[in-house]
Every structure is written in C-alpha cells, then in structure tokens.
Write a protein that binds this ligand. Sequence first.
Ligand code: SAM
Ligand code: SF4
Length: 335
Amino acid sequence: MADARRSDAAPLVDGFGRVHRDLRISVTDRCNFRCTYCMPAEGLEWTPRDELLTYEELTRVARLCVERFGFDGIRLTGGEPTVRAGLEILVAQLADLGVDLALTTNGTRLTELAPALVAAGLRRINISLDSLRADRFAEITRRDELDAVLSGIDAALAAGLDPVKVNCVAMRGVNDDEIVDFADFGRERGVTVRFIEFMPLDAQGEWDRGQVLTKAEIVDAIAAVHPVEPVPGRGTEPAARFRYLDGRGEFGVIPSVTEAFCESCDRVRLTADGMLRHCLFATRELDLRALLRGDASDDEIAAAITAEVGAKWAGHQIGQVHFIRPARSMSQIGG
Ligand code: SAM
Ligand code: SF4
C-alpha cells in the first residue's frame, strides 16, 4: 500500500491554527433504518443518484486531501454507507492512499460484507447500537434488526477488523438504564463502547437539552460498578477515554454537548452530494461537486478547500444563544 502524501504537502490550517488531517466522507444519505434521533419514520427526500458524487469523484477529493494537505485519516459514513452498491470498490480505492481508513455503519449488512471490506483494505470499524433489548432497539431504529446488528459485530470481529467500536447515543428516558449493560457488553465481547451525547441534528428538530445524558452521568454510572481511570493524551480524538482498573479494556464518551472539543478539531466533511463542510454544525458549505464537474483543476480545487477551511469558525456553541442548527440533519451531512 503506497503512501500518497507528497513531500511538498502543506498542512491545511484554519484561522485558529488548527491543522486538518481527517476527512469524513458521506457515501450516501440513504438508510435502511429510521432512528428516532436521526430521521422521521417516513425517511427523508433522498438525493437523486446523479447528484451523488461517484466513487471516482470521492476518491479524487480524498487523494487531493492526502497528497496536497497530508491528511492521514479517512472515515466513511452516511446515511448508511453499506446500502450503496459496491462499497468495497471505494474502500479499495481509498486504501490505496495509505491512510488510516475507517467505516461507521449500523452493522446490518456486515455478516455479508465484512470479509470483502477487509479484503479491500478496511482495518477499523464503528458499529452503532443504542439498545441491547430487542423491543427497545426496534422502537429506537423503527426496525426489528437487533440480531442482525449483533451478528454484524461478530462478523466484524471474525473478519479481523481491529478495533471494533460500538457507538451508543445515550438519551435520558430512552436508554439511560442500559449504560452499565453496554459497559458489560464491551468488556465481555472485547469491543470498545463509545457513548455519544445526543446532539441537535435530528431531522425532526425535536432535540431537547433535557434528553442529553451527560458525560459526567455516564462515567458516574459505570464507575459505580466498574472502577475506571481517565486515559491521558486525548489529542484530536473526539472521545474522552476511560480504562477499567481491572484491565478489561476501556470505554469512551463523545461529549459534543457538555464539553465541546472544537479547539482540537482536525476534521472536514464531504457530503454525499459533494459539499465540503468545515464543521458538523457548519451553516455554510463549499460546492465541490460544481468544481469537480466543471473541469476545475486540482490546483483550483485545493485553493477552494484552503479558503473554505480558512474561514472555519472557532466552534459550534451548542446550548448558547448564538447556536444555529444547521439546515441539514446528521444523516444528510454524514455523522
Ligand atoms: N448509519 C450509520 C450509523 O448509524 O452508524 C452511519 C451514519 S450515522 C449518522 C453516524 C453516527 O451518528 C451514528 O453513531 C449515530 O448513532 C450518530 N447520530 C445520529 N444522529 C445523532 C444525534 N442526533 N446525536 C448524536 N449522534 C447521532
Ligand atoms: Fe440511519 Fe445511522 Fe441515522 Fe440510524 S443514525 S437513521 S442508522 S443514518
């Protein structure tokens, strides 16, 4: 696997001195689930196929970020990335760039796809799972697929993906009584559970601060049963990590609401329809699809990305009076 970074790569720095090295690519805005905290039961208006970037276009942007700006991490997400046909083709193209390549998925198609994704060069995976109880899982996702996701986690482990992380959106009154169950699940299965604070990115606009189960509450609940200590050296990682004192692994919390980590953010996002966003919560986007399909040169595209990231704000300010919800929801942006 070649390292595509050029010796003259220049870091992509914003006005606050933050260096960007991580690209989140949304492969599709479609999904086979309808998680209540993400989209309505009837789904959303999907982007027409001809407006989605092709795998070649996605790879061109990724290559440019790696070669020109020295990016070293790429994560594929969505919508549900595994519902787009031939995902392993994109994985192979991106693996060729020699970066740390990861995938975020709801896990339903992994029994079928995990071996092919690994063969194509995928090394790491995050699988979303918000309840270990079949009835509650069906209520949250509006799909009766808990067994498929649990089998998907087993398939990811069996295929050699490492680490396998389980993402759980922690919500008061929804799954707050399962925090320790999730910790036990992670300890028993050898997977790292990462709890995510519920963010105001649901398409329905029903988010309420009171529903956010906070990092402090999550850590307290687990520490009361399994003693833990913080893992130092978070760097640009969104998750605050905690390890079990008995040596049986660790868990993480992504405290987007109560302890925003904007000052160390190194991420840019590419939506499935080709818009570059300098923040999950950005209220502006750069139309890269127009540039890609308008015969722009690599130099012109790189200059546009540099200008867009140069205009990145200090942070999203959730919970403060200045906060403005982005017009698009999580599945349309790419979480
Ligand atoms: N469909 C894939 C999945 O669910 O893993 C990938 C896309 S999904 C948008 C990415 C992650 O965002 C998932 O872990 C999901 O639970 C999380 N997510 C979606 N809406 C959220 C919200 N309003 N607040 C916090 N996390 C959210
Ligand atoms: Fe689909 Fe992921 Fe959103 Fe759930 S969180 S509806 S699986 S995109």
